[in-house]
Design a protein around this ligand. Structure first.
Ligand SMILES: C[S@@+](CC[C@H](N)C(=O)[O-])C[C@H]1O[C@@H](n2cnc3c(N)ncnc32)[C@H](O)[C@@H]1O
Length: 468
């Protein structure tokens, strides 16, 4: 049903996330974190001997990696988005274009499966972040952009002839303006604590905070009363009763020059509200307990921060590029429900091992490699019942060869094949003549069109919209 996940908590799919996303109910997930390949032009492999040995994924992109059907799908669903991708291709080249096409079809589905209060965090780096930001603006709408978070992922890097690149970017978008948000604190920087919380008494570390007003606070003095013979020129910051109470509690301190301050204990201010530059979460080091050896593993603390800020206990979290399951382990720790997807079967193994290490939750994971089936489209009638409507809409013309046929000669075809997560919904159906239907088979529509053009059988380009 719409708004309800059609899969169980703690599911990990092995497979292409596009096919799986297409089968997930609309508006059923509260938070999506994705850490896809970055178009880094490198291929990654985990070191032999590590928990993740055998894990590998490629991050080089050419137009051959991109399903021809995705071009058509993006052009149909969002011509603006298609234009942005074309522009990126012109500015940066075919590899960026291919990468963005791969990302765009998936991000369109991710937006669909997000709840109206939901958030999406897209982890990337400077290789593609500028292009991904425009892609996201087109898909989510520019007003739904919330933050560009900078995470310092390493402290040492020297690039011979430019500034050392030490950060990743996380793009934070929400589906609507009314999104889930929890005020979250990050621990103080130890340097900040050392510098400002310089004093200590039996109640712990404290800093001295102003209790009198300064000239910059206003033209006229306010709360200008004398206390213990002291009359501040611009007045006090608190009423007399509060100053007296603080003094009684031993929290008023007089400096050598006779100026009053109030003690602010560190224990009462355990952190600072999270900011968009994250420098207090180090990368997963070679010796860290959480290290699996999986290439590009992200730290649990980073994911926990994101999950706490943008979801509540019990909410459903999805990581469609889950790798060694960092987001899933963090979701379990924070008492959220979760699901993950990865091309590599190793992801399931690593999730099991990591969750066992953290929670003893071994065995509760649901490993799947089949496609989920949406149950939020209502009870769909048999797809063949749409034949008459489709015949009228296409005016009896086969969508492949563009030839007119009598009703009995046209057959119903799934534009996105069922084996790729395409549904029986009317918006995913078209009529093809028998010859075109068998030529297309399980292939995307663009492949059929390319064959027909090459054979001189058609010279137009008709493609019906999907997008349910
Ligand atoms: C950068 S890693 C994710 C690392 C993860 N955040 C972690 O901390 O372990 C990217 C992952 O995306 C997976 N991947 C790439 N393309 C995919 C696709 N089309 N569907 C599902 N997973 C994919 C790769 O196998 C790889 O594990």
């Amino acid at each position: 049903m719409k708004g309800r996940p059609n899969f169980r908590n703690r599911t990990v799919w092995t497979g292409d996330n596009l096919d799986i996303l297409r089968g997930i109910n609309s508006e059923s997930v509260e938070l999506i974190y994705l850490d896809p390949p970055f178009n880094s032009n490198r291929d990654y492999a985990a070191p032999i001997g590590s928990k993740a040995a055998g894990a590998a994924f490629k991050d080089t992109w050419t137009l051959d990696d991109v399903d021809e059907a995705w071009h058509g799908e993006i052009a149909e669903r969002d011509p603006g988005l298609y234009a942005i991708i074309g522009g990126a291709g012109l500015a940066h080249g075919a590899s960026m274009k291919s990468y963005l096409i791969m990302m765009a079809v998936r991000l369109l589905e991710m937006r669909r499966v997000l709840k109206p209060t939901g958030s999406l965090y897209l982890h990337c780096d400077p290789t593609a972040n500028a292009y991904l930001r425009t892609l996201m603006d087109a898909i989510f709408g520019a007003p739904q952009f919330r933050n560009e978070i900078v995470w310092r992922r390493t402290s040492s890097r020297n690039d011979a002839k430019r500034w050392g690149g030490v950060h990743d970017t996380i793009l934070f978008y929400t589906k609507t303006r009314d999104f889930n948000w929890n005020r979250t604190l990050s621990p103080h920087d130890p340097e900040y604590v050392r510098k400002f919380y310089r004093h200590k008494d039996k109640n712990g570390r404290y800093r001295l905070h102003e209790i009198i007003r300064t000239a910059s606070m206003g033209e006229r003095p306010n709360l200008a009363y004398e206390y213990k013979g002291y009359l501040p020129q611009w007045g006090w910051r608190k009423v007399r009763e509060k100053v007296e109470a603080l003094d009684e509690a031993g929290r008023l301190v007089w400096s050598d020059s006779g100026r009053p301050y109030v003690k602010r204990y560190l224990s009462e201010h355990p952190g600072t509200p999270i900011r968009d530059v994250v420098t207090d979460i180090p990368p997963v080091s070679g010796h860290a307990k959480e290290r699996t050896g999986y290439p590009t593993q992200k730290p649990l603390a980073l994911l926990e921060r994101i999950i706490k800020a943008s979801s509540n206990p019990g909410d459903m979290i999805l990581d469609p590029f889950c790798g060694c399951a960092t987001a899933l382990v963090a979701a379990e720790t924070q008492h959220r429900r979760w699901a993950g997807i990865d091309l590599s079967p190793l992801a399931v193994k690593l999730v099991r091992e990591r969750l066992y290490d953290h929670h003893g939750a071994f065995g509760q994971i649901i490993a799947r490699d089949d496609l989920p089936k949406r149950d939020d489209l209502g009870k769909l009638p048999n797809y063949r019942t749409h034949r008459h409507t489709l015949y009228g809409r296409q005016e009896g013309i086969c969508n492949g060869c563009l030839v007119h046929f009598p009703f009995r000669n046209l057959t119903v075809d799934h534009i996105v094949p069922q084996s790729k997560g395409g549904t029986d919904h009317e918006s995913n159906l078209q009529l093809l003549c028998g010859a075109c239907n068998s030529k297309k088979g399980e292939r995307p529509m663009e492949a059929l069109v390319a064959d027909l053009l090459a054979a001189g059988i058609r010279n137009g380009n008709v493609y019906r919209s999907i997008g349910q």
